[in-house]
Design a protein around this ligand. Structure first.
Ligand code: CA2
Length: 145
């Protein structure tokens, strides 16, 4: 049976491809999920996507992952820089976690330079655009092999 990985996206990422293309590109979240699902299939991984603008909903999904997912790719959006609660939820998950940022957060405002989630993540990808999600899935496939 194929292992399942969760592809989690935080606040405002539902607007991907619809606003600020210079920073976040032209691909929509649906495009990202379609590409990642196809990639995952080739690697023997079922990809389940989830996006929420609500911190608690993301935490609930991470709790669900404890039973249902072998690994997590997460772009926590702005919660990256604020949420000890998401870090705590990820710390209660046993599998590998890869953190993704579409933009190069280190080239941006200093408040984006710190990530709580990086304290937990096996790897962090930033500035590769939406291709970063695919790089994260490839890495999870290696870690889960
Ligand atoms: O670069 C990233 O992926 C971020 O996680 C995106 C967050 C930002 O707060 C982080 O510092 C870095 C913001 C997501 C906003 O997404 C939008 C996408 C399209 C249009 C408007 C917002």
């Amino acid at each position: 049976m194929m292992k399942t990985i969760y592809l989690l996206n935080g606040p405002n990422l539902n607007l991907l491809g619809k606003r600020q293309p210079k920073i976040y590109g032209r691909e929509t979240l649906e495009d990202v999920l379609r590409d990642c699902t196809a990639l995952g299939q080739g690697l023997g991984l079922a990809v389940e996507g989830f996006q929420s603008n609500h911190e608690g909903a993301i935490i609930d999904k991470i709790h669900e992952a404890r039973e249902k997912a072998a690994g997590i790719v997460i772009n926590p959006g702005a919660f990256t820089h604020t949420s000890v609660a998401i870090l705590d939820a990820l710390n209660a998950f046993d599998g590998p976690v890869i953190e993704v940022h579409i933009s190069n957060v280190h080239k941006r405002e200093s408040f984006r330079h710190h990530s709580y989630v990086s304290l937990r993540a096996e790897g962090v990808i930033a500035g590769l655009g939406t291709e970063g999600y695919q790089a994260a899935i490839r890495r999870l496939a290696t870690l889960l092999a």
